[in-house]
Design a protein around this ligand. Structure first.
Ligand code: MG
Length: 407
């Protein structure tokens, strides 16, 4: 992939990258991108939670100086797999933070699903690193804390989420004060045409069958509930400094326009391309330049037409809920995110039906009175409370159902 044209533009400096979550789909795509970009980028560190076979293969291929495995029980087997390759193995609760704050690391690409990567992201911000953020939690849970920390220490936050990358690119066409609104697009997932009552019968297989994007199970379910888009609204608030009322969601089933920015003069700028995460990953890594990429070119003539719909708020209740969550602020987004994480896991493991995901989130939010969350500890306490509460609520509802059946 590294032709002479490409080399002329990209070989001016070497940038050192740490990837947090290298064995997930974003991490694997990032490694493909970096490999194709050639020796302008060097993988200094890789980190994963459990997948030692995949991680060991990545270590052999990319030769990082450090590798972190979050699960301490996996450290020894990982060492055995890596063999005599020179690479420091870090493990335990601080391993990700150690990786993210390594002196020689310039760019931290963070793609750890859930709240687990949060301390490492904040640590990287404190160290003034360039942060390429692919997972939603850092901005959703800790938007205020992270953006404040980044501003204080001169860290740069670059979006990798495809919608926010699109908005970020379109924003370059004007001044931020001239933005009228952001339009986040979403495919609408597998239940775009569903009626509210149809959601009662949804199977796991149907929910995991995303029409356009190939992603991990958690984010695929988030697309089916459009919780993904709700979380992206919160992300956009922090990334672009706009009030939630200026951020709209539009269903666009072809997933070719990755999002748009409307300016006050009525111009709408859209970023388009084939749905391929290597594009936003690469843009975050090479920003502000553009390099030859891996994605197939978009052939609009083959598509013929692009369509748009307003999401049905009765089917996608998360999209209604999120504006209240943003209005409440403080700990409310933490509860919103944590309750969803637990509910999705319960659905993926067959413990609740699909429609109960949003019900559990609504219920958890109604039991919560929001507080300011100025520190990571405060955030994590609320996060733990929400997780506990969802599980306890579910247990109580099972008990109530069982005793009702006995009567
Ligand atoms: Mg997205």
């Amino acid at each position: 992939m590294t032709g002479p044209h490409f080399l002329r533009y990209c070989r001016d400096m070497v940038r050192n990258i740490a990837i947090l979550g290298s064995t997930g789909s974003i991490g694997a795509n990032a490694l493909r991108v970096i490999e194709a970009l050639g020796d302008e980028f060097r993988i200094v560190a890789l980190a994963a939670r459990n997948s030692i076979d995949l991680l060991a293969g990545q270590v052999r291929r990319f030769g990082p100086s450090y590798v972190a495995i979050a699960n301490p029980e996996k450290a020894k087997p990982l060492k055995a797999l890596i063999g005599d390759q020179a690479c420091d193995i870090l493990t335990g609760p601080d391993a990700l933070s150690e990786i993210a704050s390594l002196e020689e690391v310039d760019i931290v690409l963070t793609a750890v699903v859930g709240a687990a990567g949060l301390p490492a992201v904040l640590r990287a911000a404190e160290m003034g690193k360039t942060l390429a953020i692919a997972n939603k939690e850092p901005l959703v849970i800790a938007g205020q804390l992270l953006t404040d920390t980044a501003a204080e220490h001169g860290a740069t936050i670059l979006p990798v989420d495809s919608e926010h990358s699109a908005v970020f690119q379109a924003m370059h066409a004007g001044q931020s004060e001239d933005v009228k609104r952001i339009i986040l697009t979403g495919s609408g997932g597998p239940f775009r045409k569903a009626r509210p009552e149809d959601l009662q019968q949804v199977t796991l297989e149907q929910a995991l069958n995303h029409p356009t994007w190939d992603m991990g199970p958690k984010i695929t379910i988030d697309s089916a509930t459009m919780m993904n888009k709700a979380l992206e609204i919160i992300e956009a608030v922090w990334l672009f400094g706009l009030p939630a009322e200026q951020i709209d969601v539009l269903i666009h089933p072809e997933s070719v326009i990755h999002s748009m920015v409307e300016f006050v003069d009525g111009s709408i700028l859209a970023q388009m391309g084939t749905p391929d995460m290597t594009v936003p990953i690469q843009y975050a890594l090479t920003y502000p330049r553009r390099c030859k990429g891996l994605a197939k070119p978009l052939q609009l003539e083959k598509l013929g037409c692009l369509t748009f719909e307003t999401p049905n708020p009765e089917v996608f209740r998360s999209l209604k809920l999120v504006y209240d969550v943003i209005r409440q602020g403080g700990s409310a987004p933490v509860v919103f995110n944590a309750a969803n994480e637990v509910a999705v896991e319960l659905f993926l493991t067959g413990q609740i039906p699909f429609h109960q995901i949003v019900e559990l989130i609504e219920d958890c939010l109604s039991r919560h009175s929001e507080t300011p969350c100025p520190t990571l500890d405060a955030l994590l306490q609320v996060d733990a409370w929400a997780r506990r509460t969802v599980k306890e609520t579910l247990k109580l509802s099972f008990l109530a159902r069982d005793s009702a059946e006995k009567v």
